[in-house]
Design a protein around this ligand. Structure first.
Ligand code: GA4
Length: 325
């Protein structure tokens, strides 16, 4: 069931759509503005190879159409990157979703060579897109261009690819019929949360379900556009920009008779990378340092020990007695 009284506004209301074919400085300014106001935007004319997208999508469709037994046998070498059904994380969260998780430095899994190759090609292409967006972001902020992108291009960067399949709502009614008017079709596919990493780059098929929380406390449904990529700020980018960018809360609902398929790349740094507010973001008196410095490993450990909807960033605010020397 969907809980909470947060209101829902019109689809795409206030969501920036950024045309990446514009002049570079315009794109970088628009990205910075979107990260400051909502923490979420769509990019179009991004130059992503369409064949890579369609191969990835077709292989994912084929995979999720298999029997549960077959799907479960596709275990990744690196637990907990795996096939999952309903259970999200390790602390009791669940949703109407099945998924595949791949660690991007080791996406080895027991499946057809064509699926493995589609995943590898997609990871390389989406990593490049994330890299480009992070360079544009740095340029827009006036900090050295590789400030953020170097963290995700390192060989030991800790990024994840996730493919979520939200089956049609009517597959989850266990006996109730859809003609029963008291049965609401709307279900939570993936509950509200922020992404712990630096940046997320998501693409979906033409079925809606993603919603982002705006600064007025409303849910904004994201109109599905298979030709666009959705980009959201993660917790680490909020920290590095000293709170200037918003790590946006988002969720996925399932309401229809159609399957939704989404593919998200969570761009993360190496486990030992030190993360803290950039000096350039804390220099003036009106921008006091909001967060401590920590390693991604420390932050990830904390995030994975909490529930999906928990706010973890607050635990790394300054003034908690664990200040940097
Ligand atoms: C949210 C972003 C990614 O999907 C993810 C998720 C992870 C998981 O599914 O195992 C987490 C969630 C995500 C944040 C809090 C913890 C960990 C589920 C959960 C309850 C793969 C990630 O990196 O963090």
């Amino acid at each position: 069931m969907v809980k909470g009284s947060q209101k829902i506004v019109a689809a795409d209301k206030g969501i920036p759509i950024i045309d990446m074919s514009q002049e570079r400085s315009r794109v970088s300014m628009q990205i910075v503005k979107a990260c400051e106001t909502l923490g979420f935007f769509k990019v179009v004319n991004h130059g992503f190879d369409r064949t890579i997208i369609s191969r990835m999508e077709q292989e994912s469709i084929n995979f999720f159409a298999k029997s549960v037994h077959e799907k479960k046998s596709v275990e990744s070498v690196n637990q907990p990157f795996r096939y999952g059904f309903r259970d999200i994380g390790l602390n009791g969260d669940s949703g109407e979703v099945e998924y595949l998780l791949f660690h991007t430095n080791d996406p080895a899994f027991r499946s057809k060579a064509s699926f493995r190759s589609a995943v590898n090609c997609y990871i390389e292409a989406v990593r490049q897109l994330a890299h480009e967006i992070l360079e544009l972001t740095a340029e827009g902020l006036g900090v050295p261009p590789h400030t953020f992108s170097r963290l995700i291009s390192s060989v030991d960067s800790d990024s994840i690819l996730r493919v979520n399949h939200y089956p049609p709502s009517d597959q989850f009614f266990g006996g109730a019929t859809l003609s029963d008017k008291s049965v609401s079709l709307t279900r939570v596919g993936f509950g509200e949360h922020t992404d712990p990493q630096i940046l997320t780059v998501l693409r979906s098929n033409g079925v809606g379900g993603l919603q982002v929380s705006n600064p007025d406390g409303m849910w904004v449904p994201v109109f599905p556009d298979p030709s666009a990529f959705c980009v959201n700020v993660g917790d680490l980018l909020q920290v590095m920009t000293n709170g200037r960018f918003i790590s946006v809360r988002h969720r996925a609902l399932t309401y229809g008779k159609e399957s939704r398929l989404s593919t998200s790349f969570f761009a993360g740094p190496p486990l030992q990378a030190m993360i803290g507010p950039l000096q350039a973001m804390v220099t003036t008196a009106n921008q006091p340092r909001l967060y401590q410095t920590f390693t991604w490993s420390e932050y990830k450990k904390l995030a994975y020990s909490l529930r999906l909807e928990d706010s973890r960033l607050d635990m790394f605010r300054t003034g908690k007695g664990l200040e940097d020397p």
